[in-house]
Ligand binder design. Structure first.
Ligand code: UN1
Length: 499
């Protein structure tokens, strides 16, 4: 069966109505076209946003634990469809089958989390300074949440936002990456089934808009959308953030990462090697949390780096659906060119590059590469820039303070790790003067975060937090309430105003 036929079968199985249109969808596995689908017009997109707003006005009246029931059903529906949706993720993104399945598992996990959360959207009660007064805070639904997602986590990112937003009483409008619209259509069909089992939801409660960057701009500009959660490049965030700020809308920005790990002299090198391999080469280096910089102590450099080179030289590259493959294709030619450009720049800066070459296949339009290990003397501009490809820059250090300084001396601040058995180093790395990232780990890689924690990063990563912890608060508005159950009217701060 060709991949195109397989895609048609999966979409039919998941209940996606067959369409045709101007958007060409390819699989990076072979580069072949797997679908032609319709895109939305600007007028229709505006109507959809208005419909979502009307849905929100109804949905906010449904008790939160009932809203949680919808998300529980969504989780169940995803559980039933983990295999086909996971396979579709692999076909559309080129990530390994276990990662495709893992992505759907992540969706299921956030649904479980959000369903529980629906009974815990609690506000504080606060002691009032006034007699016979009570203060409390109440969390209310916010409105329509715009979700702009990237190709590399084509469906999990929607679920992190949508599960929380829907439980919070919001409606969601989703603009997925143009590179991965099929998994979005499949997810929408799965949502519709859950909504039906729920007994129906207001029309347009969760809406999918397939289109180009202009659709994203409509979400960013719409006065009906008080929060936009956008995942993508720092350049995209730079365009989006001022527009949202200008109309006082909220932003959750998940932008570039330039994640590093420090390998200290006491590191468990066997564990470190395995953690580096997954973080740096996994998903062909196309996670926001991918390990991009390795800062290795001089005492262990000559032991670790040759071992790493061996792994880089032997890792199985190929069909992400095949057993044994560890590195699948890059998403497209542009990504391949960006990788080659960065490697060229590193070479001219005197770096020693291992790997990085294209692995020829029968398909000219598929881009498989050997992951690149780049030993480089200093943190050049190339190293400071995020290249969304499997390049690991390796730097050497002798003094821990220098390693920390190198670590933080990049514009991005998403994820970070230290490999050490030294408690002082580990604690320092996690302290206020340590890693400046939103995620800081010890003896574990930079990628593969769990949904229970808040996910996001600082500096040019954008500052947003999604998923676990108290991320839900961004999808709600807080009202502070003061109630007077007495007959007097004492004023705060002892102010008197007798009429
Ligand atoms: C992303 O790359 O956009 O930490 C998100 C991880 C995943 C999320 C990555 N759970 O690798």
């Amino acid at each position: 069966m060709t991949i195109r036929k397989e895609v048609e079968a999966i979409l039919a199985h998941l209940g996606v109505p067959a369409t045709t249109g101007s958007l060409t969808v390819r699989t990076p596995i072979t580069g072949e076209v797997i679908a032609q689908i319709a895109t939305i017009t600007p007028e229709a997109a505006n109507k959809a946003i208005a419909r979502a707003h009307a849905a929100y006005l109804e949905w906010r009246n449904v008790p939160a634990p009932k809203r949680g029931e919808l998300i529980r059903l969504l989780g169940e529906e995803l559980r039933t469809n983990l295999e086909p949706l996971g396979r579709l993720v692999t076909i559309e993104t080129g990530k390994l089958l276990s990662e495709g399945h893992g992505e759907v598992q992540e969706m299921i996990d956030i649904c479980t989390y959000a369903a529980g959360l629906s009974r815990q959207l609690a506000g504080l009660t606060v002691p009032s300074e006034r007699s016979k007064h009570r203060m409390m805070e109440t969390w209310h639904p916010l409105g329509v949440v715009g979700i702009i997602s990237a190709f590399n986590f084509p469906v999990a990112v929607w679920s992190w936002n949508a599960a929380l937003a829907l439980v919070a009483g919001d409606a969601v409008v989703w603009k997925p990456s143009e590179k991965t619209p099929l998994t979005a259509l499949a997810t929408q069909a799965i949502f519709e089934r859950a909504a039906k089992k729920f007994g129906g939801v207001p029309a347009g409660l969760a809406t999918l808009l397939i289109g180009d960057a202009k659709v994203g701009e409509q979400l960013v500009d719409s006065p009906l959308i008080p929060l936009v959660s956008a995942t993508g490049s720092t350049a995209m965030g730079r365009a989006v953030a001022p527009k949202l700020a200008a109309r006082f809308a909220r932003a959750i920005l998940e932008l570039g990462g330039n994640n590093a790990a420090i390998v200290a002299p006491t590191a468990d090198l066997d564990l470190t090697l395995r953690a580096i391999a997954f973080s740096a080469m996994g998903t062909a280096g196309q996670r926001c949390t991918t390990l991009r910089r390795l800062i290795v102590h001089a005492d262990v450099y000559d032991k670790l780096v040759p071992q790493l080179k061996k792994v880089y030289g032997s890792v199985v590259i190929g069909d992400p659906g095949a057993q044994g493959t560890l590195v699948g294709p890059l998403i497209d030619e542009r990504s391949y060119n960006a990788m080659q450009k960065s490697l060229e720049e590193a070479r001219s800066a005197g770096a020693a590059v291992t790997g990085g070459e294209r692995i020829p296949t029968a398909n000219d339009e598929a881009f498989y590469v050997r992951p690149a290990l780049v030993e480089i003397g200093s943190q050049t501009d190339t190293v400071k820039r995020e290249t969304f490809a499997p390049i690991l820059y390796v730097l050497k250090y002798s003094d821990f303070a220098d390693a920390l300084a190198l670590h933080n001396d990049v514009p991005q601040g998403l994820s970070s790790s230290i490999f050490t058995m030294n408690l002082r180093e580990a604690e320092l790395f996690l302290s206020a003067t340590g890693s400046d990232c939103g995620i800081a780990n010890v003896n574990i890689g930079t990628s593969g975060a769990e949904i229970g924690g808040a996910f996001g990063g600082e500096k040019e990563t954008g500052g947003g937090r999604e998923s676990g912890s108290d991320a839900w608060k961004q999808y709600m508005r807080r009202a502070t309430n003061t109630i007077n159950y007495g007959t007097d009217l004492p004023l705060a701060q002892g102010v008197s105003f007798d009429i």
